[in-house]
Ligand binder design. Structure first.
Ligand code: NDP
Length: 283
C-alpha cells in the first residue's frame, strides 16, 4: 500500500484551516509564520514557496523576507531579532542551507525558543531528548504521522533509521523510541547494512543516495518510509533513497518520492506554527 503524503497533507491542512477560523474567533488573530530566505538557491526557493503556499491554504498570515546571498551575518541576526520581538509573529524559520560566510548554528540559536517552528534550537533539541514538552522537528514528526496512518502498532517493533543527521536521523530515532519501538540507527560506517535493514519492521531511509535501499535489503511486509530527496542523474527527475519500483511489491506500506514525506514535512510545519501560536496566546 502506498502512503500518499500529498493526500494526507491535504486532509490535515483542511482540518487546520477549520481550526484557524476558531482561533481567529477566540483570540482575534490567526497564526503567523515568518520565513527568511537568503540567496537564490532554486531548491530553497521552491521549499519556501511551498511553505508560504501552505500558510495560505491553512489561513495563516505569512511574512517572507528575502535577503541577498551577500547579506552579513549581523544583518541576518538583526532581522531575526526583529521577528523575535514582533508580538504578531508566532513562528520564525530561516531556510537552510545558508551561505558559507554565515554560521548556521549561531542563526538557529538566535531564533526565540518559543518561535522555533523547525524544532532545531538547541534548547528544543535538549527538551526532545529529555522527554520534556517541545516543538518536534517537522520531517520526523511527519514520518510518525504517516506510520500512524498504517494502523501499525509501533510499540515493540524493530525500527531501523538509516542516517544520523541532526535534522532527520537522530530526532527520528527519538520519536520512534518515544513510541516504544526498538530502534537501530545505521550510518555510513555500519557493517552489513543489508542485514541490519532486513531486521526492520519499520525502515526509514534518510541518507540522500538515490535508490540505495534495494529490494534485498527489505524484510517482506515491512513499512518503508523514504525521506530522501535526490535527482536521478539520468532523467533529472526527483527520486528517493529507496528503489520504489522494486520495494513496493515487498513492503506492506511504502511512501513515494515525490508526494510522500516532503508534503508532510511542510504540513507539520503548519502544525508546529499553530502549536507555537497556542503556547504564546495561553502564556
Ligand atoms: P545528511 O547528509 O546530513 O545525512 C545523511 C546520513 O546518511 C548520514 O548520517 C550518513 O552517515 C548516512 N549515510 C551516507 N551514506 C550512507 C551509506 N552508504 N550507508 C548508510 N548510511 C549512509 O542528510 P539529511 O539527513 O539532511 O537528509 C537525508 C536525505 O533526506 C536527503 O536526501 C535530504 O534531501 C532528504 N531530506 C528530505 C526532507 C523532506 O522533507 N522530505 C527533509 C530533510 C531532508 P554518516 O553520519 O556516517 O556520514
Amino acid at each position: 500500500m502506498i502512503i500518499d503524503g500529498k493526500q494526507l497533507s491535504a486532509k490535515l491542512k483542511e482540518q487546520m484551516a477549520e481550526q484557524v477560523v476558531e482561533l481567529k474567533a477566540k483570540y482575534g488573530r490567526v497564526p503567523s509564520l515568518a520565513v527568511i530566505l537568503v540567496g537564490e538557491n532554486p531548491a530553497s526557493q521552491s521549499y519556501v514557496r511551498g511553505k508560504i503556499k501552505a500558510c495560505e491554504v491553512c489561513g495563516f498570515e505569512s511574512i517572507l523576507i528575502t535577503l541577498p546571498e551577500s547579506v552579513s551575518e549581523a544583518d541576518l541576526l538583526a532581522e531575526i531579532a526583529k521577528l523575535n520581538d514582533d508580538q504578531k509573529v508566532d513562528g520564525v524559520l530561516v531556510q537552510l542551507p545558508l551561505p558559507k560566510h554565515i554560521d548556521e548554528e549561531k542563526v538557529i540559536d538566535a531564533i526565540a525558543l518559543e518561535k522555533d517552528v523547525d524544532g532545531f534550537h538547541p534548547d528544543n533539541v535538549a527538551n526532545l531528548w529529555l522527554g520534556k514538552p517541545c516543538i518536534k522537528p517537522c520531517t520526523p514528526k511527519g514520518v510518525m504521522r504517516m506510520i500512524e496512518e498504517c494502523g501499525f502498532n509501533v510499540a515493540g517493533a524493530n525500527a531501523v533509521v538509516v542516517g544520523r543527521s541532526n535534522i532527520v536521523g537522530k530526532p527520528m530515532a527519538k520519536l520512534l523510541l518515544d513510541a516504544n519501538a526498538t530502534v537501530t540507527i545505521a550510518h555510513s560506517r555500519t557493517k552489513n547494512l543489508s542485514e541490519v535493514t532486513r531486521s526492520a519492521d519499520i525502515l526509514i531511509a534518510a541518507v540522500g543516495r538515490p535508490r540505495m535501499i534495494t529490494a534485498d535489503m527489505v524484510r517482506p511486509g515491512a513499512i518503508v518510509i523514504d525521506v530522501g530527496v535526490n535527482r536521478d542523474s539520468e532523467t533529472g527527475k526527483l527520486c528517493g533513497d529507496v528503489d520504489f519500483e522494486a520495494v513496493k511489491d515487498i513492503a506492506s506500506h511504502i511512501t513515494p518520492v515525490p508526494g510522500g514525506v516532503g508534503p508532510m514535512t511542510i504540513t507539520m510545519l503548519m502544525q508546529n506554527t499553530i502549536e507555537c501560536f497556542l503556547n504564546r496566546v495561553n502564556k
